[in-house]
Design a protein around this ligand. Structure first.
Ligand SMILES: [Zn+2]
Length: 259
């Protein structure tokens, strides 16, 4: 499921709120939050961010609430549209971004936003076994740690069968985890030789390992996936975001038109 339950408009409005807890972040971090949304917006045909005031939200609105909960928490709850909770009909995605979620780039923030938009980690794709091997479940510290790597089924989330035909596995996707987990955060065994993800033999010489798990920029593969799910719009309105960094954030991709 994508972020919105259904839509037929010329563009897909992603409602969001910025919580006051973000005011404790610095100007650079707030700039990266803006850049993450701006990158998702300017590189896609339909996605359009619209800021709403949480005090006036009523009726059947689904929105993303961006806030801070501790310095190290970078997290989105759930993938895509969440069913209305209670009588109000208002539903929301939460995106938590602490001060350490900005490794000098907008990438981690965009990663969490792509979760909210419905995208799982690249390494959980049902076809991933042809590209990478993942450590067995028994080697992970907890069930929840393993969940970040657990292979999903065809048809789950936004991953229809046609999705895979159109969108090949992308080692450099902003949604992929890195091959080296220097803190061994997920695994019981903290020896340096243990890895969560390994490349399949045939890709070892082809893939630039240091860019697997990168959080510098959306890839052309990420942009194609976003356009695949969110469609082909022609009349997207002018951005409401601060757009000074637009030209720097624009990704140039071969043979694709982005709006
Ligand atoms: Zn993630």
């Amino acid at each position: 499921m994508s972020f919105v339950e259904s839509y037929s408009a010329d563009w897909v409005k992603i409602y969001f709120t910025l919580n006051f807890s973000l005011l404790t972040l610095g100007a650079a971090e707030l700039g990266f939050i803006n850049d993450a949304m701006l990158a998702l917006e300017i590189n896609t045909k339909c996605i359009y961010f619209h800021r709403v005031d949480p005090k006036v939200i009523k009726g059947r609105v689904h929105y993303a609430r961006i806030f801070k909960e501790g310095d190290n928490t970078c997290q989105a709850n759930g993938l895509g549209y969440l069913r209305p909770d209670g009588a109000s009909g208002v539903t929301m995605q939460t995106i938590k971004l602490g001060k350490n979620c900005f490794p000098n780039s907008y990438g981690k923030a965009a990663h969490e936003m792509m979760h909210a938009l419905g995208f799982p980690h690249e390494q959980v794709r049902p076809d991933r076994d042809s590209y990478v091997s993942v450590a067995p479940e028994s080697s992970f510290k907890t069930k929840n740690d393993f969940y970040q790597f657990e292979k999903r089924k065809y048809g789950q989330y936004i991953m229809s069968n046609t999705f895979f035909k159109e969108n090949p596995y992308d080692f450099y996707s902003i949604m992929h985890y890195s091959l080296d987990d220097p803190t061994h955060f997920f695994l019981k065994n903290t020896a340096k030789s243990t890895k969560t993800i390994l490349l399949k033999e045939m890709f070892k010489s082809k893939v630039k390992t240091m860019f697997v798990g990168q959080r510098s920029s959306l890839t052309c593969g990420d942009i194609k996936k976003l356009n695949f799910v969110y469609g082909d719009c022609k009349n997207k309105p002018k951005s409401e975001l601060k757009s000074a960094s637009s030209s720097r954030l624009k990704v140039s991709c071969p043979n694709t038109k982005t709006g």
